[in-house]
Design a protein around this ligand. Structure first.
Ligand code: AKB
Length: 331
Protein backbone atom coordinates (compact mmCIF):
# COMPACT_ATOMS: atom_id res chain seq x y z
CA UNK A 1 0.00 0.00 0.00
CA UNK A 2 2.22 2.84 -1.25
CA UNK A 3 -0.22 5.50 -0.04
CA UNK A 4 0.33 4.36 3.50
CA UNK A 5 4.06 4.88 3.27
CA UNK A 6 3.28 8.44 2.29
CA UNK A 7 1.04 8.73 5.35
CA UNK A 8 3.90 7.56 7.54
CA UNK A 9 6.21 9.95 5.75
CA UNK A 10 3.96 12.84 6.68
CA UNK A 11 4.32 11.88 10.34
CA UNK A 12 0.64 11.77 11.06
CA UNK A 13 0.08 12.87 14.61
CA UNK A 14 -0.93 10.60 17.51
CA UNK A 15 -4.66 10.14 18.07
CA UNK A 16 -6.40 13.03 19.79
CA UNK A 17 -7.61 11.80 23.18
CA UNK A 18 -9.19 15.08 24.29
CA UNK A 19 -11.56 15.52 21.41
CA UNK A 20 -11.56 12.22 19.55
CA UNK A 21 -13.35 11.47 16.32
CA UNK A 22 -14.57 7.90 16.53
CA UNK A 23 -15.53 5.34 13.86
CA UNK A 24 -17.59 2.29 14.84
CA UNK A 25 -17.53 -0.63 12.38
CA UNK A 26 -20.33 -3.21 12.39
CA UNK A 27 -22.34 -0.45 14.00
CA UNK A 28 -25.77 -1.94 13.41
CA UNK A 29 -25.13 -5.13 15.36
CA UNK A 30 -26.10 -5.74 18.97
CA UNK A 31 -23.73 -3.17 20.50
CA UNK A 32 -23.14 -0.32 18.04
CA UNK A 33 -26.24 1.84 18.44
CA UNK A 34 -26.03 1.77 22.24
CA UNK A 35 -22.33 2.54 22.27
CA UNK A 36 -22.75 5.35 19.72
CA UNK A 37 -25.37 6.92 21.94
CA UNK A 38 -23.02 6.81 25.00
CA UNK A 39 -20.05 8.08 23.03
CA UNK A 40 -22.09 10.88 21.44
CA UNK A 41 -23.20 12.11 24.85
CA UNK A 42 -19.60 12.27 25.94
CA UNK A 43 -17.72 13.35 22.82
CA UNK A 44 -20.38 15.11 20.72
CA UNK A 45 -22.93 13.83 18.23
CA UNK A 46 -20.94 14.55 15.10
CA UNK A 47 -17.69 13.10 16.42
CA UNK A 48 -19.04 9.56 16.52
CA UNK A 49 -19.62 7.90 13.15
CA UNK A 50 -21.53 4.66 12.91
CA UNK A 51 -20.76 2.46 9.94
CA UNK A 52 -22.00 -0.81 8.51
CA UNK A 53 -22.99 -2.36 5.17
CA UNK A 54 -26.68 -2.32 6.14
CA UNK A 55 -29.20 0.29 4.89
CA UNK A 56 -30.12 2.27 8.00
CA UNK A 57 -33.62 3.36 9.02
CA UNK A 58 -34.51 7.02 9.39
CA UNK A 59 -34.10 7.05 13.17
CA UNK A 60 -30.49 5.88 12.90
CA UNK A 61 -29.66 8.60 10.39
CA UNK A 62 -31.48 11.25 12.43
CA UNK A 63 -29.48 10.36 15.53
CA UNK A 64 -26.05 11.14 14.07
CA UNK A 65 -23.57 10.39 11.29
CA UNK A 66 -23.96 7.02 9.58
CA UNK A 67 -21.85 5.87 6.63
CA UNK A 68 -21.36 2.80 4.48
CA UNK A 69 -18.14 1.00 5.33
CA UNK A 70 -17.08 -2.43 4.14
CA UNK A 71 -14.17 -3.55 6.30
CA UNK A 72 -13.12 -5.94 3.52
CA UNK A 73 -12.49 -2.94 1.27
CA UNK A 74 -9.18 -1.54 2.47
CA UNK A 75 -9.30 1.56 0.30
CA UNK A 76 -12.86 2.42 1.30
CA UNK A 77 -11.92 2.16 4.96
CA UNK A 78 -8.73 4.15 4.46
CA UNK A 79 -10.66 6.91 2.70
CA UNK A 80 -13.15 7.12 5.56
CA UNK A 81 -10.41 7.37 8.17
CA UNK A 82 -8.69 10.17 6.26
CA UNK A 83 -11.78 12.11 5.17
CA UNK A 84 -13.41 11.98 8.59
CA UNK A 85 -10.14 12.54 10.48
CA UNK A 86 -10.71 9.48 12.67
CA UNK A 87 -8.76 9.18 15.96
CA UNK A 88 -10.33 6.09 17.56
CA UNK A 89 -11.83 3.01 15.99
CA UNK A 90 -14.27 0.58 17.63
CA UNK A 91 -14.24 -2.57 15.55
CA UNK A 92 -17.49 -4.49 16.07
CA UNK A 93 -17.86 -6.22 12.66
CA UNK A 94 -17.78 -10.00 13.11
CA UNK A 95 -19.78 -13.17 12.49
CA UNK A 96 -20.67 -14.68 15.88
CA UNK A 97 -20.08 -18.26 17.00
CA UNK A 98 -23.08 -20.17 15.62
CA UNK A 99 -23.44 -18.27 12.35
CA UNK A 100 -19.66 -18.50 11.83
CA UNK A 101 -19.87 -22.30 11.85
CA UNK A 102 -22.53 -22.18 9.15
CA UNK A 103 -20.29 -20.11 6.83
CA UNK A 104 -16.64 -20.61 7.73
CA UNK A 105 -15.16 -18.98 4.59
CA UNK A 106 -17.22 -15.81 5.17
CA UNK A 107 -16.29 -15.80 8.87
CA UNK A 108 -12.62 -16.05 7.90
CA UNK A 109 -12.96 -13.11 5.54
CA UNK A 110 -14.89 -10.86 7.88
CA UNK A 111 -13.34 -11.86 11.21
CA UNK A 112 -9.74 -12.33 10.08
CA UNK A 113 -9.15 -10.43 6.82
CA UNK A 114 -11.43 -7.57 7.88
CA UNK A 115 -9.69 -7.34 11.22
CA UNK A 116 -6.30 -7.24 9.44
CA UNK A 117 -7.48 -4.23 7.41
CA UNK A 118 -8.70 -2.45 10.52
CA UNK A 119 -5.55 -3.17 12.49
CA UNK A 120 -3.20 -2.18 9.73
CA UNK A 121 -5.00 1.14 9.22
CA UNK A 122 -5.09 1.75 12.99
CA UNK A 123 -1.32 1.26 13.00
CA UNK A 124 -0.69 3.48 9.98
CA UNK A 125 -2.90 6.32 11.17
CA UNK A 126 -2.03 5.89 14.86
CA UNK A 127 -5.62 5.31 15.94
CA UNK A 128 -6.65 4.02 19.31
CA UNK A 129 -8.31 0.67 18.55
CA UNK A 130 -10.88 -1.24 20.58
CA UNK A 131 -11.75 -4.79 19.49
CA UNK A 132 -14.08 -6.96 21.56
CA UNK A 133 -13.10 -10.53 22.27
CA UNK A 134 -15.27 -13.15 23.95
CA UNK A 135 -15.69 -16.16 26.21
CA UNK A 136 -15.61 -17.96 22.83
CA UNK A 137 -11.85 -17.34 22.66
CA UNK A 138 -11.45 -20.29 25.06
CA UNK A 139 -11.92 -23.98 24.41
CA UNK A 140 -12.27 -27.40 25.99
CA UNK A 141 -8.70 -27.44 27.32
CA UNK A 142 -9.08 -24.05 29.07
CA UNK A 143 -9.96 -24.04 32.77
CA UNK A 144 -13.70 -23.35 32.76
CA UNK A 145 -14.58 -22.38 36.32
CA UNK A 146 -13.09 -19.88 36.70
CA UNK A 147 -11.27 -18.92 33.47
CA UNK A 148 -8.37 -16.53 34.11
CA UNK A 149 -7.03 -13.82 31.76
CA UNK A 150 -3.92 -15.77 30.87
CA UNK A 151 -4.43 -19.46 30.23
CA UNK A 152 -4.72 -22.11 27.52
CA UNK A 153 -6.75 -20.87 24.51
CA UNK A 154 -7.59 -23.58 22.01
CA UNK A 155 -11.11 -22.62 20.81
CA UNK A 156 -12.99 -24.95 18.47
CA UNK A 157 -15.08 -22.43 16.51
CA UNK A 158 -13.87 -20.19 13.69
CA UNK A 159 -15.25 -17.28 15.73
CA UNK A 160 -13.06 -18.24 18.69
CA UNK A 161 -10.01 -18.85 16.53
CA UNK A 162 -10.43 -15.46 14.85
CA UNK A 163 -10.82 -13.72 18.22
CA UNK A 164 -7.66 -15.31 19.64
CA UNK A 165 -5.96 -14.17 16.44
CA UNK A 166 -7.26 -10.62 16.98
CA UNK A 167 -6.05 -10.62 20.60
CA UNK A 168 -2.59 -11.82 19.57
CA UNK A 169 -2.29 -9.49 16.59
CA UNK A 170 -3.40 -6.50 18.65
CA UNK A 171 -0.94 -7.30 21.41
CA UNK A 172 1.80 -7.88 18.85
CA UNK A 173 1.09 -4.55 17.09
CA UNK A 174 1.08 -2.86 20.47
CA UNK A 175 4.43 -4.37 21.42
CA UNK A 176 6.03 -4.00 17.99
CA UNK A 177 4.57 -0.73 16.67
CA UNK A 178 3.09 0.96 19.74
CA UNK A 179 -0.52 0.54 18.56
CA UNK A 180 -2.89 1.61 21.35
CA UNK A 181 -4.86 -1.64 21.23
CA UNK A 182 -7.49 -2.35 23.89
CA UNK A 183 -9.53 -5.51 24.06
CA UNK A 184 -12.17 -6.89 26.45
CA UNK A 185 -13.41 -10.45 26.44
CA UNK A 186 -17.19 -10.21 26.78
CA UNK A 187 -19.58 -12.79 28.20
CA UNK A 188 -22.92 -13.35 26.41
CA UNK A 189 -24.51 -9.88 26.14
CA UNK A 190 -28.20 -9.51 26.91
CA UNK A 191 -30.08 -6.59 25.39
CA UNK A 192 -33.65 -5.60 24.64
CA UNK A 193 -33.31 -2.69 22.19
CA UNK A 194 -31.12 -4.56 19.70
CA UNK A 195 -30.95 -8.24 18.81
CA UNK A 196 -27.91 -10.51 19.01
CA UNK A 197 -27.05 -12.13 15.69
CA UNK A 198 -26.19 -15.81 15.52
CA UNK A 199 -24.50 -16.51 18.84
CA UNK A 200 -24.52 -19.40 21.31
CA UNK A 201 -25.78 -17.18 24.14
CA UNK A 202 -28.75 -15.76 22.14
CA UNK A 203 -31.27 -17.90 24.07
CA UNK A 204 -30.77 -15.63 27.08
CA UNK A 205 -32.32 -12.74 25.08
CA UNK A 206 -35.00 -14.85 23.38
CA UNK A 207 -36.44 -16.19 26.63
CA UNK A 208 -37.64 -12.67 27.54
CA UNK A 209 -39.44 -12.19 24.21
CA UNK A 210 -41.06 -15.61 24.55
CA UNK A 211 -42.10 -14.91 28.15
CA UNK A 212 -44.04 -11.88 26.92
CA UNK A 213 -45.49 -13.42 23.75
CA UNK A 214 -46.05 -17.19 23.43
CA UNK A 215 -45.36 -17.91 27.10
CA UNK A 216 -43.20 -20.86 26.01
CA UNK A 217 -39.45 -20.96 25.44
CA UNK A 218 -37.72 -23.71 23.45
CA UNK A 219 -34.14 -23.57 24.66
CA UNK A 220 -31.36 -24.73 22.34
CA UNK A 221 -29.06 -25.40 25.30
CA UNK A 222 -29.34 -27.99 28.08
CA UNK A 223 -30.81 -26.82 31.36
CA UNK A 224 -27.46 -27.10 33.18
CA UNK A 225 -25.33 -25.28 30.58
CA UNK A 226 -23.62 -22.57 32.63
CA UNK A 227 -22.23 -19.53 30.79
CA UNK A 228 -21.02 -16.06 31.80
CA UNK A 229 -23.53 -13.31 30.88
CA UNK A 230 -23.79 -9.52 31.14
CA UNK A 231 -26.48 -6.88 30.63
CA UNK A 232 -25.71 -4.51 27.75
CA UNK A 233 -25.45 -1.38 29.94
CA UNK A 234 -22.59 -2.95 31.91
CA UNK A 235 -20.96 -4.01 28.65
CA UNK A 236 -21.17 -0.53 27.08
CA UNK A 237 -19.87 1.07 30.28
CA UNK A 238 -16.89 -1.32 30.22
CA UNK A 239 -16.03 -0.11 26.71
CA UNK A 240 -16.38 3.55 27.72
CA UNK A 241 -14.10 2.90 30.70
CA UNK A 242 -11.38 0.89 28.96
CA UNK A 243 -11.12 3.56 26.24
CA UNK A 244 -10.25 6.11 28.92
CA UNK A 245 -7.89 4.16 31.18
CA UNK A 246 -4.43 5.79 31.23
CA UNK A 247 -2.07 3.47 29.35
CA UNK A 248 0.23 3.03 32.36
CA UNK A 249 -2.56 1.32 34.32
CA UNK A 250 -3.04 -1.38 31.70
CA UNK A 251 -0.97 -4.39 32.73
CA UNK A 252 -2.67 -6.33 29.94
CA UNK A 253 -4.14 -5.29 26.61
CA UNK A 254 -6.81 -8.03 26.73
CA UNK A 255 -8.95 -8.43 29.86
CA UNK A 256 -11.80 -10.75 30.85
CA UNK A 257 -14.85 -8.96 32.19
CA UNK A 258 -17.64 -10.66 34.09
CA UNK A 259 -21.01 -9.82 35.61
CA UNK A 260 -23.06 -12.96 36.29
CA UNK A 261 -23.12 -16.60 35.35
CA UNK A 262 -26.26 -18.70 34.96
CA UNK A 263 -27.76 -21.83 33.40
CA UNK A 264 -30.97 -21.90 31.31
CA UNK A 265 -32.72 -23.48 34.32
CA UNK A 266 -31.62 -20.58 36.53
CA UNK A 267 -32.68 -17.79 34.15
CA UNK A 268 -35.97 -19.63 33.57
CA UNK A 269 -36.56 -19.74 37.33
CA UNK A 270 -35.74 -16.03 37.61
CA UNK A 271 -38.14 -15.03 34.79
CA UNK A 272 -40.82 -17.39 36.13
CA UNK A 273 -40.78 -15.50 39.45
CA UNK A 274 -42.24 -12.53 37.51
CA UNK A 275 -44.22 -14.46 34.85
CA UNK A 276 -45.33 -17.69 36.59
CA UNK A 277 -47.09 -19.05 33.48
CA UNK A 278 -43.83 -19.29 31.48
CA UNK A 279 -42.98 -22.83 30.35
CA UNK A 280 -39.73 -24.17 28.91
CA UNK A 281 -38.51 -27.18 26.99
CA UNK A 282 -34.91 -28.08 26.25
CA UNK A 283 -33.94 -29.08 22.71
CA UNK A 284 -30.15 -28.83 22.57
CA UNK A 285 -28.77 -28.41 19.03
CA UNK A 286 -25.29 -27.87 17.58
CA UNK A 287 -24.87 -24.78 19.76
CA UNK A 288 -24.71 -27.09 22.78
CA UNK A 289 -21.43 -28.47 21.43
CA UNK A 290 -20.04 -24.94 21.40
CA UNK A 291 -21.32 -24.02 24.88
CA UNK A 292 -19.77 -27.17 26.33
CA UNK A 293 -16.29 -25.88 25.46
CA UNK A 294 -16.71 -22.35 26.82
CA UNK A 295 -15.99 -20.87 30.27
CA UNK A 296 -18.69 -21.29 32.90
CA UNK A 297 -17.40 -18.47 35.10
CA UNK A 298 -15.00 -15.74 34.04
CA UNK A 299 -12.23 -14.57 36.38
CA UNK A 300 -12.10 -10.80 35.82
CA UNK A 301 -10.00 -9.92 38.87
CA UNK A 302 -7.35 -8.35 36.61
CA UNK A 303 -9.82 -5.80 35.19
CA UNK A 304 -11.17 -5.07 38.68
CA UNK A 305 -7.70 -4.53 40.11
CA UNK A 306 -5.99 -2.69 37.25
CA UNK A 307 -8.69 -0.23 36.14
CA UNK A 308 -11.54 -0.60 38.60
CA UNK A 309 -14.01 -2.67 36.57
CA UNK A 310 -17.23 -3.34 38.48
CA UNK A 311 -20.49 -4.74 37.12
CA UNK A 312 -23.79 -3.29 38.34
CA UNK A 313 -26.50 -5.65 37.07
CA UNK A 314 -27.05 -9.14 38.49
CA UNK A 315 -29.59 -11.77 37.39
CA UNK A 316 -32.66 -10.46 39.28
CA UNK A 317 -32.00 -6.90 38.19
CA UNK A 318 -31.50 -8.14 34.61
CA UNK A 319 -34.90 -9.84 34.61
CA UNK A 320 -36.59 -6.73 35.96
CA UNK A 321 -34.97 -4.45 33.39
CA UNK A 322 -35.58 -6.72 30.39
CA UNK A 323 -39.25 -7.31 31.17
CA UNK A 324 -39.88 -3.65 31.92
CA UNK A 325 -38.21 -2.62 28.66
CA UNK A 326 -39.94 -5.20 26.46
CA UNK A 327 -43.44 -5.22 28.00
CA UNK A 328 -44.72 -2.09 26.15
CA UNK A 329 -43.48 -3.51 22.83
CA UNK A 330 -45.82 -6.49 23.20
CA UNK A 331 -48.69 -4.57 24.80
C1 AKB B 1 -21.81 -15.76 20.89
O1 AKB B 1 -22.59 -16.46 21.55
O2 AKB B 1 -21.24 -16.14 19.85
C2 AKB B 1 -21.49 -14.39 21.41
C3 AKB B 1 -20.31 -14.44 22.32
C4 AKB B 1 -20.43 -15.01 23.66
O3 AKB B 1 -19.25 -14.02 21.95
N1 AKB B 1 -22.63 -13.86 22.10
Amino acid sequence: HPVLNLAEHLKISQHDDNNPRILITGGLGQLGLGLASELRQKYGKNNVILSDIIKPNKEIVDNGPYIYADILDFKNLQELIVNHRIDWMIHFSALLSAIGESNVPLAMRVNIEGMHNVMELAKQYKLKLFVPSTIGAFGPTSPRNPTPDLTIQRPQTIYGVSKVHAELMGEYYHHRFGLDFRCLRFPGIISAGTEPGGGTTDYACQIFHDALTTGHHVCFLREDSRLPMMYIDDCLRSVMEILEVPAEKLKLRTYNIHAMSFTPAEIYAAVKKVIPSLTIEYKPDSRQGIADTWPMVFDDSGARKDWGWNHEIDIDELVKIMLTYLAPKYG
